[in-house]
Ligand binder design. Structure first.
Ligand SMILES: [Zn+2]
Length: 175
């Protein structure tokens, strides 16, 4: 289990479109596990491979990571791994407050589909299909945006997006 470095805005890597995963080998499984470990440590609910410097169509999620955890409690984790995800269907609307491990110190309301059907592969390359609703659907869409090189702050109005990015870039600059 390795903790990976999470790339932060405005790192140019985050703008890359991730490539399809074609090798379903031990390295892919290891990367997915390391991403989960990293996400748990950073208290995120989702992480795309490009955020740890690997522009591949791989993402992990665990919505339980957001729940309050008492010291020493053994809340069961629910890790999910999606390889080459593709939305087959979207419907409804939901607005939630989003943040991102690659965008420090900023959250904002984003509107997305409230129900999605996703086709993906597991780390063994098997084709899977799943329906996600509510926060799970939101999280998946947020992570899938990363695969296209898009951040949640790219979904704001152009004026607001520019403003927020300017501020974040200023904060990111080393003193
Ligand atoms: Zn994110």
């Amino acid at each position: 289990m390795n903790i990976l470095q999470v790339y932060k805005f405005p790192h140019p890597l985050l703008k890359l479109k991730s490539r399809l995963v074609t090798r379903f080998d031990g390295r892919l499984k290891q990367l997915a596990q390391d991403m989960l470990t990293t996400m748990y440590k950073e208290r995120g609910v989702g992480l795309a491979a490009v955020q740890v410097g690997k522009p591949q169509r791989l993402l992990v999620m665990d919505l339980t990571n957001d729940l309050p955890r008492e010291q020493g409690s053994t809340l069961r984790r629910e890790p999910r791994i999606y390889v080459n995800p593709e939305l087959l269907h979207t419907e409804g609307e939901i607005t939630t407050r989003e943040g991102c491990l690659s965008v420090e110190g900023y959250t904002t309301d984003i509107r997305r589909a409230s129900r999605v059907i996703v086709r993906y592969q597991d780390t063994g390359g098997r084709l899977m299909k799943e329906t996600l609703e509510g926060l799970a659907a939101v999280c998946l869409q947020h992570e899938m945006d990363h695969l296209e090189g898009r951040l949640f702050i790219d979904r704001l109005s152009p004026v607001k997006s520019r403003m927020v990015k300017k501020r974040l870039s200023r904060q990111a600059r080393p003193a």
